[in-house]
Design a protein around this ligand. Structure first.
Ligand code: COA
Length: 131
């Protein structure tokens, strides 16, 4: 079942993220998940089954476009359409808000997953500056 994220989910989401190899970034702030959920402003969701959080997604409507900051599915639950359903959920919510474009920086390994859901490469490059 997909439902809105609650602040009480934070420790479970953190465990989920840390259980996926390479996912957790040591540079993240201690309260990174709380900041993400709050700034998502109602656009973060979990996939829950038998009281266990198996997936998490977080998007941010910044007006000009929306940004998918995090998507993760528990290793044991991957390949069961949870990721696909979570992305479909946020796309539906964003369409309702009038958003036309959703962007994300995704793991190279996950590129094919997004391609299957109709995502494509835009005519721009992603740059970053380490602060
Ligand atoms: C990538 C991820 C979110 C996909 O979620 P999932 O629930 O396992 O994927 P789904 O079961 O919804 O898959 C949907 C389709 O994409 C395919 N797919 C899933 N992961 C894939 C991958 N890494 N590469 C290629 N295809 C993939 C599935 O086979 C399925 O194809 P089908 O519709 O033809 O059967 C999940 O594997 C994950 O959390 N991975 C680790 C973290 C990560 O990569 N996060 C996303 C980018 S930052």
């Amino acid at each position: 079942m997909i439902r809105k994220t609650k602040l009480s989910d934070i420790s479970h989401i953190e465990s989920l993220m840390k259980s996926v190899e390479g996912f957790w970034d040591k540079d993240w702030k201690e309260d990174v998940i709380q900041i993400g959920i709050k700034s998502a402003n109602g656009l973060s969701f979990v996939f829950e089954e038998n009281d266990e959080i198996l997936g998490f997604i977080c998007v941010h409507d910044v007006g000009f476009r929306a940004y998918l900051s995090e998507l993760v599915v528990s290793v044991k639950a991957q390949g069961k359409s949870i990721g696909k359903e979570l992305v479909a959920k946020v796309e539906k919510e964003l369409k309702k808000r009038g958003c036309k474009t959703l962007i994300s920086d995704v793991w190279k390994d996950a590129e094919e997953f997004y391609a299957k859901l109709g995502w494509s490469k835009p005519d721009v490059v992603l740059l970053r500056k380490k602060l």
